[in-house]
Design a protein around this ligand. Sequence first.
Ligand code: ATP
Length: 456
Amino acid sequence: MGNPTSRRDGRMLGRGALQMSALARRSVGSLGVLTSRRLTTSASPPKKDTLRNLAARQSLAGQVVLVRADLNLPMTKSGPVEITDATRLTEALPTLRLLMDAGAKVVCCSHLGRPKKAKDEAARARLSLAPVAARMSAELGVAVPAVGDCIGPSVTEAVAGLADGGVLLLENTRYYKEEEKNEPGFAQAIVASCGASVFVNDAFGAAHRAHASTAGVVPHVQHAVAGLLLEKELDFLYGAVAAAERPFAAVIGGSKVSSKIGVIESLLGKVDTLVIGGGMAFTFLKAKGLEVGDSLVEDEQLELAARLETLAKSKGVELILPTDVVAADAFAADAKVATVGADAIPKGYLGVDNGPETTARITATIARCKTVIWNGPMGVFEMAPFAHGTVAVAESLAAATDKGCVSIVGGGDSVAAVNAAGLAPRMSHISTGGGASLELLEGKVLPGVAALDDAP
Ligand code: ATP
């Protein structure tokens, strides 16, 4: 865990790792340029080296391979800690199996949640990856030890005891604030602690962030390649953008307005229809001057939301915002609810789902589209009474896909909702990355991809 003692270890290891950096074969400098470059929508996937190619070129037997997976699995927020959707883990398994079969010593790492936002030590402790290691053991059929840190002597010891073909899981990299700051000493320490010579990035869901474990580690290994999942995601999503058939709609929901607003702006230049639902819709409704009661609103985004609505008009994009909502008098499944017009949310109530009129408009739009990307639920779908709008989107998207629409679902919660409804097999592509898939569709270069070796 990221306590002061282990941070001290990090500095020690950072110094030790400086020797390693002298061996590093790559220069650190190019990322800044790469991250700010933009591709056009017709871009083909970046030509990066892949694990498949590397494994075909050379033996990985006995080599320590650091795998950055995206094991940021949705978990219960209270009560016993349980994984509520294991899609990202399941999708990470092919890369792990390939490496195990190749006889590599597999050191897996990931972040989980946002420890820096945890309100207390107990909330922070819920973000341990130990339960994920247990699930990984069950899936792979081998014991996967959970190391209690991601740098330091405990990691070095655990790797020393790892057999060829074995796997271990490091602790949540975001327990260290240095992870998100991409601090070079911390990145060095991750590599030096486990002694990896090869880095495999398979964390598509985190590839849009230049963090220590997604990009910072690259200069300190001999090979940095894309894992099977990362490769699959890039192939599909680049293909979808290049060949997006119209009508093309984006359905954006969830709670994080500030993290998705930039993407919304850029999607306005690509789609025919933009649907905004879920918690983020209320910032847009308030920006239109509507009374939104106690609904989720990010006041600092109001101006931008108003500007985006004007931009949608000027670009001729149909913008669908809720016209009716399900409002509850508390954030609880047994709250008193009322279905009201979006301009008539009573004081003391908050919007928790799209109303039936809004849902009907959205599903009708999906039914006539040839390409739909969906990120973020339409309401507080974890509570059954507020899941109708989200389930309706999932069902209409599955039905549209049956008729030839290309459907792409991204984002932990939207994917969980699709899985819960048993509809995942009917979608064209379930992406393990929410923000990452949106940024890629937006045309941005993902720093976690840009940092990897170019294809030989
Ligand atoms: P990503 O993986 O990219 O973060 P996501 O699909 O997980 O995307 P989020 O932005 O994380 O989407 O938002 C999901 C959360 O939003 C859910 O926990 C859901 O309960 C919450 N949410 C949806 N609608 C509302 C609402 N009206 N009020 C409050 N919370 C809401």
